[in-house]
Design a protein around this ligand. Structure first.
Ligand code: FAD
Length: 487
């Protein structure tokens, strides 16, 4: 700690707010926010000098919905806005090493240069790789939790000293998915895999048909029409299989000028219709439910397509549709998204419970937006705080208008009350004390011990809700460094 800090220990909240250098950091969709002094870095050495002398928290691209990245009235180390974006691929080992400013898209493009890809990923690529890893970001299928591919990471301890942990070491699994309790993480090494072309099948069907249709697939996700019949909901099912010789793209559609064709037209453009005519949300879904639509589309993905998991057509979705449409209408830019993990064998039951519960809340004028996303994480993670640590899960994604955020938190609470083993998504769930029941107490103690071992003076400040859940003491008054210039 510098002499100046000892003489002038910390700034009061009032002074911070008056300080022109404080900026407001927002979570994605702006539900959570806080005023912080921003700090950007150009080298690991300067970052080490800074953490040694200051209290701080770490922010990636601030894309988490639940505000886990926000610690008001602190110094915020803005990793996503720094230039620590080295990214080196080692094709012989099949690994890639990157820094804290590297985004998922940059990592994917770097891998592509060597004909490699990530095992799995979330459906948005602007996040920092490290920010995504530490919140347990996932895709679906095998190795769905991205952090399962990490083989090594290096972070700075409270004295600015680098600490490297490798897969197999006892502390390693706790540091990988650690949601701001260990940091700054300054590099990670991930395993990659060879490029593959997939047969991507998309159906509009009923939930009761899912098991039969998904047979033989290596990755499955489904999206439920929330106001369809909860006894057997209307779903959009998506499966992936490695492409085999002779299988070609195909499309079956209901005949032109039929009710089914009209309903399909509506479902496929639902996100835009919903935005323009929100009041039609429920009636349109009831109509689509009554017309028994069947549709199937098969696409053979391009092995060099970066977002094949979510958009099987070539190129990125944003490169095809005019950006203005994406920005104005898509749920990515208009809805709050809350998610949690549910054991895979309870998934259908939980989804039906959510549908029935939500329909009851119509009288309160609450409506779920878009579809209920269900991604199957088909294997077990080795990381204690990953969603699928106890076994295969589904990640259930709920969407609502941003002003209805609190209803989603209530829905999460109802599910937690009704079902066991509901585990958090660290970037999307409301982080509430009830999650402690489904996390192992020994694992929680291990993460707390790891945090205290490396930050004994408490200069790294995790988010308040995380601190409460893990009983991490908040030692000392807020203290912010005065300068925010690039270092
Ligand atoms: C449009 C959109 C789509 C999404 N899709 C998916 C999806 O498909 N699947 C999914 O699972 N999630 C998804 N998410 C959630 C998202 O992947 C996570 O919330 C992710 O953590 C955001 O990364 P970030 O770089 O913005 O990190 P931030 O939100 O800035 O930070 C997240 C956490 O990481 C910590 N952190 C950041 N950098 C460091 C560092 N260098 N060292 C130590 N700690 C650090 C922060 O302290 C904080 O605790 C989506 C989010 C959005 C906005």
């Amino acid at each position: 700690m510098s002499i100046l800090d000892k003489v002038l220990p910390g700034l009061t909240k009032k002074r911070i707010l008056n300080n022109k250098e404080a900026i407001r950091v927002h979570s994605w969709m702006k539900v959570f926010f806080g005023d912080v002094i921003p700090h950007r870095f150009t080298s690991d050495e300067k970052l080490a000098d800074f953490v040694r002398d200051n209290e701080y928290c770490c922010v990636g691209q601030s894309h988490s919905y639940n505000g886990v990245q926000i610690v008001p009235d602190r110094n915020a180390v803005l990793m996503g806005k720094s230039t620590l974006d080295s990214c080196d691929c080692y094709p012989v080992d099949g690994t890639i090493k990157c820094g804290p400013s590297t985004t998922i898209e940059e990592l994917k493009r770097k891998l592509l240069d060597d004909d490699l890809k990530m095992f799995n990923s979330g459906n948005y690529m602007a996040q920092t790789v490290i920010g995504a890893l530490v919140t347990g970001t996932h895709g679906y299928g095998a190795k769905a939790t991205m952090a399962d591919s990490v083989t090594e990471l290096t972070f700075l301890d409270g004295s600015g000293r680098p600490v490297t942990l490798k897969r197999g070491e006892p502390d390693f699994p706790y540091a990988v998915v650690s949601f701001g309790t260990i940091g700054p993480i300054i590099s990670v090494t991930l395993e990659a895999t060879k490029l593959v072309s997939y047969q991507s099948d998309a159906w509009i069907t009923r939930l009761s048909k899912k098991e039969k249709l998904k047979k033989g697939s290596i990755a499955t996700s489904w999206a439920v029409v929330p106001y369809s019949d909860p006894k057997d909901p209307l779903i959009m099912l998506h499966t992936l299989r490695p492409a085999s010789v002779g299988k070609l793209a195909q499309r079956t559609k209901p005949s032109l000028f039929s009710w089914a064709r009209l309903a399909m037209f509506i479902i496929e453009r639902y996100w835009a219709i919903d935005r323009i005519f929100p009041r039609l949300r429920r009636p349109l879904q009831r109509l689509a439910d009554r017309i028994d639509i069947r549709n199937h589309r098969r696409t053979i993905t391009d092995e060099r397509d970066l977002d094949y998991l979510y958009d099987p057509e070539p190129l990125l979705k944003s490169q095809r549709s005019p950006d203005i449409l994406t920005g104005l209408f898509s749920t990515t830019h208009t809805a709050y998204n809350l998610a949690f993990h549910v054991p895979i064998d309870r998934a259908e039951e939980v989804v039906k419970f959510i549908m029935v519960e939500t329909d009851k809340w119509r009288s309160l004028r609450f409506h779920l937006k878009s579809l209920i996303g269900v991604r199957e994480l088909s294997d077990k993670s080795a990381l204690p705080f990953a969603g699928n640590y106890e076994g295969p899960t589904v990640a259930i994604d709920l969407f609502a208008d941003t002003r209805d955020y609190a209803w989603l938190e209530r829905l999460q609470r109802e599910v937690l009350f009704e079902f066991d083993h509901i585990r958090p998504h660290w970037g999307k769930s409301a982080i509430v004390p009830e999650f402690a029941d489904s996390l192992d107490q020994t694992d929680m103690d291990r993460l707390r011990a790891l945090h205290q071992k490396h930050y004994p003076s408490g200069n790294l400040k995790p988010n308040e809700r995380v601190r409460r859940l893990f009983k991490l003491a908040d030692r000392g008054a807020p203290q912010m460094a005065e300068t925010s210039a690039a270092k």
